[in-house]
Design a protein around this ligand. Structure first.
Ligand code: GLU
Length: 366
């Protein structure tokens, strides 16, 4: 991957609080306008871009006059987030709008992306927005998430979003330009690491805590994010946002190289789960799957198992097991759709149908 990642069809850009909000608690509008101009350039070049934006707590805390940047208690953080989020999205919508782009807000909790059924919903919404040319602006739903179900930092959230969106790269923009072999604020001879192929080799170099004190992500959370993203087949870059137009031109960064997509997907879909059912398909569907298509109901001939929406199922062709994937329907509804064309589904189900029985983004060929 080059940096900036010009060749990635689907890109997630995470922006840290310290870049968005100045020490007085105001939005750094000029800088953000530059980043939005970069994003607009990428979208015009045909890339799909989603933003994971922090800054709600920092912004809201200033408006409410809360101590410790709104992080003195969970209640403070949640009130600050609720207040700041509306202002944050307003700025994004305005600046993206000035570039002729439409913004969409998505607020998610850890549960939304861990629970496979809700994961499918979030992933489908995200994909639809991106296909429509909209720029989703995503944050954690801090005002309702409790401590136990919080990501807590948007680095990991960005990596999960990349996984859900089937993105090919994540850029974490923050106040550091990458990973060093020692803390550069303390050790003067600390060496910058431009490229990481094996995370285990560098994990010990991370230092907890955010340099700015404003966001909650430090290098530990960035490396945790890199593990999630690279395992899901997405590259992850840590780059400094302390420059104008951070996504244009060459800037120093650390690139964590993605694991091979096919095997990473397979590992994740296997993910300790046992398949709850099986979908048998005809030869036509088998060759469509091999060519990278989703599994459509028209090519399905028989089901086994009492699986629920979001459960792992195996896909069996005439010649044996073809794939594993997450079912978009429970077994009862899937059974009603067997062999039926997509344009018949709405009438059969009585509700707006999904695009496939198993979407290719949630399918791993074996
Ligand atoms: N979701 C938090 C916010 O919008 C930021 C989390 C983080 O610091 O990464 O303020």
């Amino acid at each position: 991957m080059l940096f900036p990642p010009a060749s990635c069809p689907r890109l997630i850009v995470k922006v840290g609080s310290a870049l968005l909000v100045d020490v007085g608690g105001a939005v750094r509008r000029d800088w953000l306008a530059g980043l939005v101009a970069d994003i607009a350039e990428r979208v015009r070049a045909g890339q799909q871009v989603a933003v994971v934006s922090s800054g709600a707590i920092a912004l809201g805390a200033r408006r409410l006059g809360l101590a410790r940047g709104g992080r003195a208690s969970l209640e403070d953080a949640q009130a600050a987030a609720a207040t700041g989020q509306i202002a944050l999205c307003q700025v994004w919508a305005e600046l993206l709008g000035a570039q002729g782009l439409t913004a969409a807000q998505m607020l998610v909790t850890l549960d939304d992306l861990e629970d496979r059924r809700r994961y499918l919903n979030a992933a489908a919404t995200l994909s639809r927005l991106l296909a429509l040319g909209v720029v989703p602006v995503i944050n954690e739903n801090d005002s309702v998430a409790t401590a136990e179900i919080r990501f807590g930092d948007n680095d990991r959230l960005a990596a999960r979003v990349a996984q859900a969106a089937g993105a090919s790269a994540v850029v974490l923009l923050s106040d550091v330009d990458g990973l060093y072999d020692a803390n550069p604020h303390i050790a003067s001879g600390a060496q910058h690491i431009p490229r990481v192929e094996r995370i285990d080799a560098v994990a010990g170099m991370a230092d907890a805590g955010s340099a700015s004190g404003m966001g909650s992500g430090g290098m530990v959370s960035k490396i945790a994010a890199a593990r999630i993203a690279t395992a899901a087949g997405a590259h992850l870059a840590i780059a400094s946002g302390r420059v104008e137009r951070p996504l244009s031109g060459e800037h120093r960064h650390t690139l964590f190289v993605a694991e091979k997509t096919a095997s990473a997907r397979k590992a994740w879909l296997a993910g300790g789960l046992t398949a709850r059912g099986c979908i048998h398909v005809d030869a036509g569907a088998a060759s469509a799957l091999a060519a990278g298509a989703s599994l459509l109901a028209a090519g399905a001939v028989r089901l086994e198992g009492a699986f629920a929406r979001g459960d792992l199922v195996t896909v069996e062709g005439p010649g044996g097991t073809l794939a594993r994937g997450l079912s978009e329907y429970d077994a009862a509804d899937a059974a009603r759709l067997l062999g039926r064309r997509s344009d018949e589904h709405a009438a059969i189900l009585g509700y707006a149908p999904r695009a496939a029985l198993v979407h290719r983004n949630h399918l791993a060929l074996l």
